[in-house]
Ligand binder design. Structure first.
Ligand code: COA
Length: 247
């Protein structure tokens, strides 16, 4: 689910629980207030159809999202569901899977990054991909690599606490920006991450000035389609809806 923050209802009580309304009200930094709200809006919209019962779908304001101590989002009272959230610019993205399935999503604005950024955070192989990319796709590739790292580190639930070179991503060369989910390869460095790791499958696409990536436990991909995500095993075109037009 990808949303534009300009579509968020003005009345918070329409989609936030009382606790969430108080939490949002206590946030002091404007950007954080904006991002947090957009992430909740995306996540609740993604979750609502999954939580339907024979009597209907629950109101968004009855779906409670909390953060675990490590920062990962969780759906209160629904331990069977994994949730992942990202925000960038005016957009937010969320995806869900079975609880035993590692999942991470990330969205980034396609904007220039410095050579120092690439030198500091990318593996030698990633730096080489950037070096070889034609100039007109370089910003997209740099942001896609960065996004894929963040998605993987979210799926592993470690975030940026670890060296970003512990994740190395490889993109097939592209001449035009993919507008449907496209596979990417991801390798995890067990020595840098310091533990046994699930193999991940990576996917990416662009969407009107943004790049999106999704990482999913490879075993989940082959066993059962994760809840609410695109049918990745069939590599179908995007299961994510197009952005709603801003109101
Ligand atoms: C996870 C992380 C990489 C996200 O990076 P980001 O580009 O700033 O933000 P994004 O919009 O893409 O994603 C933010 C969302 O990631 C999720 N998230 C945070 N920590 C996470 C973790 N350990 N595992 C999985 N998901 C996590 C949250 O849902 C968060 O949104 P929310 O707080 O509004 O619920 C980054 O927040 C991180 O490294 N966190 C762990 C380290 C930490 O806690 N640092 C505190 C600040 S110093």
């Amino acid at each position: 689910m990808v949303v534009d923050s300009r579509e968020i209802p003005a009345k918070m009580e329409e989609f936030l629980t009382p606790w969430e309304q108080r939490h949002w009200g206590a946030l002091t930094v404007d950007k954080r207030r904006h991002d947090w709200l957009a992430g909740r809006w995306a996540a609740k919209r993604a979750l609502q159809p999954l939580l339907a019962t024979p009597s209907g779908v629950p109101p968004l304001s009855a779906i409670a999202i909390i953060n675990a101590p490590d920062g990962a989002p969780q759906v209160a009272d629904h331990p069977g569901i994994s949730l992942t959230i990202s925000h960038a610019g005016t957009r937010a993205a969320a995806a869900t899977a079975r609880a035993d399935c590692p999942i991470g999503i990330d969205i980034e604005v396609i904007a220039p990054r410095t050579p120092a950024f690439v030198g500091d955070y990318f593996t030698p192989d990633e730096q080489q991909q950037v070096h070889l990319a034609p100039g007109y796709v370089r910003d997209t590739l740099v942001n896609a690599i960065w996004s894929a790292k963040e998605s993987a580190l979210k799926a592993l639930r470690v975030g940026l606490r670890v060296d970003t070179r512990a994740v190395s991503c490889r993109f097939d060369p592209f001449a035009s920006l993919p507008k449907t989910w496209t596979p990417l390869a991801v390798e995890l460095d067990a020595a840098r991450l310091g533990r046994g790791l699930p193999a991940l499958s990576g996917w990416w696409r662009t969407m009107r000035g943004y790049v999106l990536t999704l990482m999913l436990g490879r075993e989940c991909e082959s066993s059962q389609r994760p809840l609410g995500t695109p049918d990745l095993s069939a590599n179908t075109p995007s299961g994510l809806p197009e952005l709603c037009p801003p109101k």
